[in-house]
Design a protein around this ligand. Structure first.
Ligand code: R5P
Length: 289
């Protein structure tokens, strides 16, 4: 088995290899002056199970192209199987034609992944209209969840929690974690007007007295969902809150805005950043055994 770190997966690939007692390999990725990508495996591939570890953040589209190039090359060089470990997998929210003429981006991405890989492993994929990974990919797939790690972190660090999911889709994280801890929870209702404009309301009465308020969602992108949710709960007396997410995409100064709103942000390291306090490398390593 070859554990290969692609450009945006090196932070996890190194510790996955260590946990599995395997040598770590890095994909050599360079760019031509006109920004075309060039990549190279610096180790023999023939007959090997090649695990490509790639997360998709910052320049997502370059990451996609690089990953497809790497898989195709591994196959061409004689790999026995090519497996994608995607701690954060993109484009899952673009799973339908919301407006006439739009591209269903997920379909195109999935078609190419099916073509080049034998298996895909994803942590907490954003499955909404598509219920399972089997509905998206034709190749073998495995869904991992960081929920037990979030539960462990909360149990260790936060007393008397009450958990809020900022929209109904977040129940898979907020409700599941609350049930595991055995604490109160509520799921808010979100109306999305655009990529940056949302309204969030709480319909259930919750007792915040002496409680530590925690929001949990699968991802934080612009932070607007959580900023609106925090504003709604400020009105009923919430002061200090902690926001948990599996994937800290954190674009457009999301972290600074959330801090300004009085929130502490904790994420896993599917995407490496300042908030990544929960390590998923063991979760991935176990899934490869
Ligand atoms: C959407 O359904 C997701 O679960 C997140 O709530 C959303 O993508 C977060 O995006 P943002 O931080 O930009 O509001």
């Amino acid at each position: 088995m070859l554990i290969v770190g692609c450009s945006h997966g090196t932070h996890l690939a190194k510790s996955i290899a260590k946990k599995l007692n395997k040598k770590y390999h890095e994909l050599e990725v360079t760019k031509f002056p006109d920004s075309e990508l060039k990549l190279r495996f610096n180790t023999p591939i023939k007959g090997k199970y090649v695990i490509l570890v790639q997360s998709f953040y910052e320049n997502i589209n370059d990451c996609v192209v690089e990953t497809l190039f790497a898989a195709e090359t591994a196959r061409d060089l004689g790999a026995k199987e090519v497996i994608l470990v995607a701690p954060y997998f993109p484009y899952l929210r673009q799973d339908k034609r919301f407006n006439p003429g739009e591209c269903i981006s997920l379909r195109t991405i999935a078609k190419n992944i099916d073509e080049d890989f034998d298996k895909v492993i994803i942590i907490d994929p954003h499955l909404h209209r598509e219920k399972t990974l089997e509905h998206i990919f034709r190749i073998k797939s495995k869904k991992l969840t960081a929920n037990p790690l979030i539960v462990e972190y909360i149990k260790k660090n936060i007393k008397n929690p009450v958990i809020i999911g900022p929209d109904w889709e977040s129940y898979k994280w907020a409700q599941k974690v609350a049930e595991e801890i055995g604490c109160d929870f509520a799921i808010m209702e979100k109306k999305r007007y655009s990529a940056r404009k949302v309204e969030v309301k709480l319909h259930k009465k919750i007792d915040l007295n002496g409680k530590n308020l925690i929001f949990i969602d699968d991802m934080i992108s612009t932070g607007n969902t959580l900023l609106r949710a925090i504003a709604a709960l400020n009105k009923i007396g919430a002061k200090k809150v902690t926001c948990f997410a599996v994937h800290g995409i954190l674009v457009e100064n999301a972290l600074e805005k959330l801090k300004k709103a009085g929130a502490t942000v904790i994420t896993t390291n599917t995407i490496p950043n300042k908030t990544a306090k929960i390590d998923v490398s063991n979760l991935i390593a176990e899934s490869l055994k």
